[in-house]
Design a protein around this ligand. Structure first.
Ligand code: GLN
Length: 242
């Protein structure tokens, strides 16, 4: 078995080492003897979504997100929307999450029309929502720990569900108690960190989703996730004391 991962804008959207999620997914596949290739697709490079099984897009500053608008409009938006509707799994972090929505209005009123792949929108604010945080991943029944740093406040439309509820920190907007977004096989969250290494259950769930869609079934042998679980559990305890 093999998974082909597409890393969108790896040179531009990589705040807080979000590419660590790619490294984590590659390792968790390789440790199980599953082949994996990762291809970066950035500005000016054509995206043929049919060539990939799983997509990752990281976070970035408002400026980088604005820089990407013409490139998205040049064809990537069409490919991204088609891949999402076709059930291809996406992991989108922070700015990458926002870019899957309809628009992002910066705090000074600039409106960036994004892909519209998910029914959500973001409005910039002067508040910066920053710090370690935790939230529930309702479909897995686990707590997810991460690090958030965003001024954008994201609001979900009716066709999108949250990843879960905020336990500690701000989440999507610091108001409605929700964090992240789920639509078809899209997993979107504000969680830098990077997210996956200390949330191995979520990491494997995303990998299984991609394997199941490609091969019809997905069994991943258990890994000795002692370090990963210790890091996760340490943050759960630390955040529960706040
Ligand atoms: N520029 C966006 C915001 O500030 C996303 C930030 C990020 O990706 N960390 O909300």
């Amino acid at each position: 078995m093999e998974l082909k991962i597409c890393h969108l804008y790896p040179d531009i959207l990589n705040l807080y080492g979000d590419r660590g999620n790619i490294i984590c997914m590659e390792k968790r596949l390789q440790w199980r003897g599953i082949d994996v290739t990762t291809t970066g697709v950035s500005v000016g490079e054509p995206l043929k979504a049919a060539d990939f099984d799983l997509f990752f897009i990281g976070g970035g500053q408002d400026f980088e997100q604005e820089v990407l608008l013409p490139d998205l409009a040049s064809g990537k938006t069409r490919e991204i929307k088609a891949a999402i509707e076709d059930g291809k799994p996406f992991l989108a972090i922070c700015g990458g999450y926002q870019m899957l929505g309809n628009y992002y209005k910066t705090w000074d009123g600039q409106q960036c029309d994004f892909t519209g792949a998910l029914d959500l929108y973001t409005e910039g604010s002067k508040d910066r929502m920053i710090g370690n945080y935790s939230f529930t991943c309702d479909e897995l029944g686990v707590t997810v720990v991460g690090f958030e740093n965003h001024s954008g406040k994201t609001y979900l439309g009716s066709s999108v569900k949250p990843m879960g509820k905020v336990l500690s920190g701000f989440g999507n907007n610091g108001q409605d108690g929700m964090e992240g977004a789920r639509y078809k096989n899209v997993f979107a969250t504000y969680s830098h960190g990077c997210l996956l290494p200390k949330n191995p259950v979520l990491a494997d769930h995303i990998l299984k989703t991609a394997l199941k869609r490609k091969y019809g079934q997905a069994e991943l042998s258990p890994l000795a996730d002692t370090l990963e679980n210790n890091a996760h559990d340490y943050m759960v305890r630390r955040l529960s004391k706040q």
